[in-house]
Design a binder for this molecule. Structure first.
Ligand SMILES: Nc1ncnc2c1ncn2[C@@H]1O[C@H](COP(=O)(O)OP(=O)(O)OP(=O)(O)O)[C@@H](O)[C@H]1O
Ligand SMILES: [Mg+2]
Length: 240
């Protein structure tokens, strides 16, 4: 049967097929937290927390220090499991499968005591061209080319031999290389001076374009108009 681009046959009948409907149901949200509770030991941090993120949607999360923003991102990244409620990312529900779907740029320096290359590839085989594309996207290429050891330069314990801005951009290059559909950002420019912050923000713009994003920040005014802002307060998310 012939169809036009709107899913109609030539008789004007709707041609929404069963499997399309099923697909819509599962793909409506790329990230979903439902009625989640989480505590560290006996300390309850999140409760009755729900969040639905549609494909390509950009969500900004604000809230006071210690209210649980990083914890929420770690749940979405599959690093923690909730005490109750459910976490689903790209249709995946187990933490191992969720981790494959997300790239997380963490608040603290999250580098391994290895080379820049290993920090970007996480030990995976990545074609050299892809690696350099990620470095250019993260505004790292010129700096790396100027290093005597280039990509094989060791970043030191806890990234002690690179600056805070370089460490953040290495995390962004890692995320670009991973090419994950869901990007989680935890105050990625909070510790940086203005110029470095601007260069990291430009790199983030390249990373987030066309992807689903949850971005924790203390500066929602720095996010573009496309972001829907939520406030985390008392363990719950409120639309800002
Ligand atoms: N590994 C941990 N063990 C025990 N308590 C923790 C742990 N990590 C965080 N917490 C506590 O849980 C609460 C939420 O921490 P979280 O790091 O999620 O806050 P946050 O909103 O990201 O804060 P900030 O804006 O300062 O980054 C805080 O009270 C914190 O002290
Ligand atoms: Mg935090």
């Amino acid at each position: 049967m012939e169809r036009d681009g709107m899913g109609q046959d030539k008789m004007g009948c709707s041609l929404v097929e069963k499997d399309t409907v099923e697909q819509d149901r599962t793909e409506r949200y790329e990230a979903r937290l439902e009625d989640v509770a989480f505590s560290y030991g006996g300390k309850q941090v999140l409760q009755n927390l729900s969040l639905m993120v549609r494909p390509g949607e950009h969500i900004g999360i604000v809230g006071g220090s210690g209210c649980g923003k990083s914890t929420l991102l770690k749940l979405l990244a599959g690093l923690y499991e909730p005490d109750s409620g459910s976490v689903e990312v790209m249709g995946q529900r187990t933490s191992g499968d969720i981790r494959k779907q997300v790239a997380l740029v963490m608040q603290q320096n999250a580098l391994f005591p290895l080379s820049i290359r290993d920090n970007i590839t996480c030990g995976h085989q990545v074609p050299e061209a892809t690696l350099w594309e990620a470095c250019r996207g993260a505004s790292l290429a010129d700096w790396i080319k100027g290093l005597p050891q280039g990509l094989d330069t060791h970043v030191g314990q806890r990234g002690g031999q690179v600056s805070g801005g370089q460490a953040q951009r290495i995390q962004i290059a890692r995320a670009l290389c991973k090419d994950a559909p869901v990007i989680l950002l935890d105050e990625p420019v909070s510790a940086l001076d203005r110029d470095t912050g601007l260069s990291v923000l430009a790199a983030l713009g390249r990373l987030t374009a066309g992807r689903t994003v949850v971005h924790v920040t203390h500066h929602p005014e720095a996010l573009d108009d496309g972001y829907a802002i939520y406030r985390l307060e008392g363990g719950r998310l409120l639309r800002g």
